[in-house]
Ligand binder design. Structure first.
Ligand SMILES: NC(=O)C1=CN([C@@H]2O[C@H](COP(=O)(O)OP(=O)(O)OC[C@H]3O[C@@H](n4cnc5c(N)ncnc54)[C@H](O)[C@@H]3O)[C@@H](O)[C@H]2O)[C@@H](O)CC1
Ligand SMILES: [K+]
Length: 223
C-alpha cells in the first residue's frame, strides 16, 4: 500500500487540477460519492445523520455528502464548525447548490440525537493545533461514543505524522482519497482512524513523482 504525506497529497491534488485540468468540483463530487458508497455498503444506522463541515475543501466534501444523502431521502443535519462567512469558495458553491435542493443548515445540533456522524471538519489541510472550542466539542463527541465516519482524515489527526493536534474525533471508519495517508498508519492516528478505506476519486500522479514513504503492508483497504 503506497502511503503519502499531506504535502505529497496536496501536490497530487494540484497536479490533477492545474496540469490535467480536472475541475476541483468534480473531485469534490467524486469524494462525496465515495463516502456515500461506503455509508450505503455498511451497516450504519441512518435514522439521523449529522454532517459536521469545516470551512475548507474537507468541509466542501461534507456539504456534498449531506446533499447526496438528503437526495436519497435520508434525515440529515448539516452543521458548520466555524464562521461560514470565511469559508473557501468551494464551500460557498456547495452551499448555493444545497439551498436550491431545499436543504437547510442546522444552527446547532444535539450530538445525542445523531445515529451517525460524518466528520468533514479538517482533512489534510490541518496545520495547527485545533481551536479550544473545537477541542471541547470533539472531546464531548468522543465521550458519547457515536459512530463516526471520517472524511479523508479524522479531524485533529496530523495526516503526515498521525499525531493529535489538541484533540481528535475518533472514527469507526475513515474514507481516504487517492492514497493512504502516512498519519493514518502510525502513532495515535492509526488507532483513531478505525477501518481505513482508500477510494479512487480520479486523482492523477505526475509520472516522475517521488514518494517519500515506503509501501507498507497494512490493514488499509483500497477500493
Ligand atoms: N484539493 C482538492 O481539490 C481536493 C481536496 N479534497 C478534500 O479537501 C481536503 C483538504 O482541503 P483543504 O486543503 O482546503 O484543507 P482542510 O479542509 O483540511 O482545512 C481547511 C483550512 O483550515 C485551515 N486550518 C488548518 N489547520 C487549522 C487549525 N488548527 N485551526 C484553524 N484553521 C486551520 C487551513 O487554512 C486549511 O486550508 C482533503 O482532506 C479532502 O477531504 C477532496 O475533495 C479532493 C479534492
Ligand atoms: K475529516
Amino acid at each position: 500500500m503506497q502511503l503519502v504525506t499531506a504535502a505529497e497529497m496536496q501536490k497530487i491534488d494540484n497536479y490533477t487540477i492545474e496540469t490535467i485540468g480536472m475541475p476541483q468540483d468534480v473531485l469534490i463530487e467524486r469524494a462525496a460519492l465515495a463516502v456515500v458508497e461506503v455509508i450505503g455498503a455498511g451497516h450504519f444506522n441512518l435514522d439521523h445523520v449529522l454532517v459536521l463541515s469545516g470551512l475548507g475543501n474537507n468541509g466542501a466534501d461534507g456539504v456534498a455528502i449531506a446533499r447526496l444523502l438528503y437526495a436519497q431521502g435520508i434525515n440529515v443535519s448539516l452543521q458548520f464548525v466555524g464562521n461560514v462567512a470565511r469559508a473557501k469558495e468551494t464551500v460557498t458553491r456547495q452551499l448555493n447548490i444545497i439551498e436550491n435542493y431545499g436543504l437547510v443548515r442546522a444552527e446547532k445540533s444535539d450530538f445525542n440525537e445523531a445515529t451517525l456522524i460524518i466528520d468533514a471538519i479538517f482533512g489534510i489541510g490541518l496545520n495547527n493545533i485545533l481551536p479550544e472550542g473545537l477541542q471541547k466539542m470533539i472531546k464531548a463527541a468522543n465521550h458519547i461514543e457515536k459512530t463516526v465516519i471520517a472524511v479523508d482524515v479524522p479531524t485533529g489527526i496530523d495526516a503526515t505524522t498521525g499525531e493529535v493536534r489538541g484533540a481528535a474525533l475518533k472514527a469507526h471508519t475513515t474514507v481516504t482519497f487517492g492514497y493512504g495517508k502516512s498519519g493514518l498508519n502510525q502513532h495515535v492516528g492509526g488507532y483513531l482512524s478505525g477501518n481505513v478505506i482508500v477510494k479512487n476519486i480520479g486523482l492523477l500522479t505526475p509520472p516522475d513523482f517521488i514518494f517519500s514513504c515506503q509501501i507498507k503492508d497494512s490493514a488499509v483497504a483500497a477500493v
